[in-house]
Structures are given as C-alpha cells and as structure tokens.
Design a binder for this molecule. Structure first.
Ligand code: SAH
Ligand code: SF4
Length: 383
C-alpha cells in the first residue's frame, strides 16, 4: 500500500522524502501543493522534477474522502457526510459568519464516551479516524468552498474539533492533523483559531498543552460530580476537581489564554439558578484561585432517542445573567444548521457500533432521568 500524504505533517513528509532519497526541502513544496493549492494529483505539480513526480506516483497517493451527501442549510451552513469505509461515515460542518468561516471536524467514527445528551454518543463507537481522514475533511472543504464561492482566498479561518468523536481519545492521530492546520506551509491557522473540544481526558490535556497548545474547550455541563457523572460518564474517571486542575496546568502553557467551558442547557436537569450559582463558585474558587475561563451555554439540540428537552430561552438567559453578574464572560451559542441536523450534538453520521456503548446508554436512560438532585424539586416549583 502506498503512503497517503494527507497522513503526514510537514515533519513527517520531510522524513518520507528522505526515505525516497530526496532532499527534505522538497517536502515543503509538496506540502504547499497539497494543502495550499488543493492538488490531488502529482502530475499537477509542474515545478517538481519529473523524476520526483514519477517516484511519487509509484510510492505515494493523496487520498481524500468520498462525499456521500452534502446538505446546505437556510442559514448557509453546509454539512458533508464522508464515507470512511466498512459501513462508517462521518460528518463535517462549515459555518459561515460575517467575520470568519468555521469548519467543525470529526475525530472518530462514533464516540466511546457516551454522553447522555449527544447523538454521536448514542451511536456508540466504531474506530479512530487516521490523521489523513481528519485532515481530508479540511482539505476537501477548503478547496471545495474556494471553487464554490469563486474566491481564490482562504475560506476557512477557524477549525473546531467538535464534530463526531472525542479528539483526545485519538491523540496520536490528532496532533499531526493539528500541526498541518497550524503550519504556515499548510493551512496557516493561528493557534487560537484551532479549538480542541474535550469531555475531559485529563492525561491527554496535559500532553496537548506540552505538544501543541491550541485553544481548549472543555465540555463541563454540570457544576458538581453527582450530576456530571450522569451526563458525562468519563467524569467517574476524571472528576471535576481533577479536570479543573488540568485546565489550570494547560493554561501554564498559554498564560494569556482562557478555557472555554461548554455547558449544554438541559431542561430541568442542569439549568436551574442553583446550578448557575454552584458553577460560579466552582470556576471562581477552584483551588483557591479559580480557572481563567469563558462560559459558552449551548441550547440542547434534541434528537429522538435522548429523552431530554431544551431549556426554555428565558431559563438560558436567567442562567447567563447569574454568571455574567458574577463577572464571568458568558455567551449563548447560536444554533446553526439545525434544519439539516448539523447543530452541536446532532451529528450522527453512520456508524457501526463495534462496542456496547450505544446499548449501554439506551439501557441507562430511565435510571438517569430519576435521581438528579436539586432539579426535580426545582422543576416542580417552576411548572
Ligand atoms: N467530544 C468532544 C467534542 C465533540 S462534541 C466533547 O464532548 O467536547 C462538541 C460539543 O457539542 C460538546 O461541547 C458537546 O457537549 C456538545 N453537544 C453534544 N451533544 C449536544 C446536543 N445534543 N446539543 C447541544 N450540544 C451538544
Ligand atoms: Fe463523545 Fe463529545 Fe458526544 Fe460526549 S459529547 S459522546 S464526548 S462526542
């Protein structure tokens, strides 16, 4: 099998060129052809020596992903479903805004974490994506959009690893993909415009801080362990106090940055004023100094099997006000692309569950909905 050049960051490509008996600097030319110009065929690379092009044609390939479907939302959001073989398909979403173009990228076919409110989690887990499969989503989207929009200019200014999967459970393949996104000869995205979102894989947060400290979003969703254990099962392994310690260690690598805490607003589950006050205490007082952070409240995007509902807008605003009044910068995420199921947590692709994760969540649902403390009572008074 020939090497897929999308699997390599620039360093990896330089090593590959050396193995072919070529000078390392050839890798820069090749890398620019692939990522900056979107070349998918060595014959296009006219400034490379013919002998090198022939060598590449026999030992390497540039293999993107097959697009199964493309859907465009009324708000301009575009969602692609990509075939990754063996019955698995993953999704990527382009979200245009006035001042930026964001691509939401998948890191795994499915996800093994099994969060209650996430459609990907309910599907279970099939496998990690390779570096090439992660990069191919950006490679395709960037060059497709340039043609589609008829501009020679860069279209995607931001990447968020918020598609299907838990990126920090696919660390080895994630990091070269991030490096390709950041590389000036690749996509040239600045460190702060590439965001890794994690449900809290603590040891890998430490490694990411040391290896490639991009912007970090942490999916918090609850102000105390009892509730978070239920919503994000990984919390039983890495509870909130350990997670926040890891956030502070991460910020030591990028002292002027902040962590974005994501908080999915679930009606009657985690959206009460009391939860907001607990959250303020947590992020301001943790370890005596708090965590430098912003809060991003995400209206829950429903999907059939979840058994959960979105918090009313008034409840989200009341929650945001408590945080804001306490001096915590808080935003409410605009829901984009929900008419094509492209909003957060709605990405489901098509995944063969090769684990029992999907079944396990389905079985747990009834257990989950009963014993959430501090909300059942509050919900009664509200209704
Ligand atoms: N696995 C990573 C990244 C992918 S999920 C993580 O969990 O952070 C990206 C974001 O979408 C996370 O913050 C996740 O909590 C949120 N999300 C998942 N399901 C959702 C839903 N149904 N509605 C709204 N947000 C959701
Ligand atoms: Fe996995 Fe993230 Fe979905 Fe949780 S929210 S199941 S970690 S993709």
């Amino acid at each position: 099998m020939t090497a897929n050049l999308l699997d390599f960051d620039l360093e990896g490509l330089a090593a590959f060129c050396e193995r072919l008996g070529e000078k390392r600097f050839r890798a820069t030319q090749l890398f620019r052809w692939i990522h900056q110009r979107g070349a998918g065929d060595f014959a296009e690379m006219t400034d490379l020596a013919k002998s090198l092009r022939e060598k590449l044609a026999t030992s390497a390939r540039i293999q993107g992903l097959t697009v199964l479907t493309q859907q465009e939302s009324a708000d301009g959001t575009i969602k692609w479903l990509f075939d990754v073989g063996a019955g698995d398909a993953v999704e990527a979403v382009f979200i245009p805004e006035d001042d930026r173009g964001t691509l939401c990228v998948s890191s795994q076919a499915g996800c093994a974490v099994g969060c209650r409110f996430c459609s990907t989690g309910h599907q279970g887990f099939s496998r990690n994506l390779s570096t090439g499969e992660i990069v191919a989503q950006l490679w395709f989207a960037e060059h497709f959009l340039r043609k589609h929009l008829g501009t020679g200019e860069r279209v995607i200014s931001n990447v968020v690893m918020m598609g299907m999967g838990e990126p920090l459970q696919n660390y080895a393949n994630l990091v070269p993909a991030l490096r390709t996104m950041l590389d000036d000869h690749g996509y040239g995205l600045s460190r702060r415009r590439v965001t890794v979102s994690t449900s809290g894989v603590v040891p890998m947060m430490d490694r990411l801080g040391a290896d490639c400290p991009v912007a970090l979003a942490v999916s918090l969703h609850a102000p105390h362990d009892e509730l978070r254990d239920n919503l994000v099962p990984l919390n039983r392994k890495y509870p909130i106090a350990e997670l926040l310690d890891a956030c502070n260690r991460y910020l030591e690598h990028a002292p002027r940055d902040f962590i974005t805490f994501e908080y999915c607003m679930l009606d009657g589950v985690n959206d009460q004023p009391e939860h907001a006050r607990q959250l303020v205490d947590l992020v301001k007082r943790h370890a005596g100094r708090g965590v430098s952070c912003k809060l991003n409240l995400i209206p829950f995007n429903p999907f059939p099997q979840s058994g959960l509902t979105r918090s009313p807008h008034s409840q989200v605003l009341a929650f945001a006000k408590i945080l804001g009044d306490a001096g915590i910068v808080t935003t409410v995420r605009k829901t984009r692309g929900d008419d094509i199921d492209a909003a957060c947590g709605q990405l489901a692709g098509d995944v063969k569950d090769r684990t029992q994760v999907g079944d396990r969540i389905a079985r747990q649902r009834t257990v989950m909905l009963k014993p959430v403390p501090a909300t059942a009572g509050a919900k009664e008074t509200r209704e």
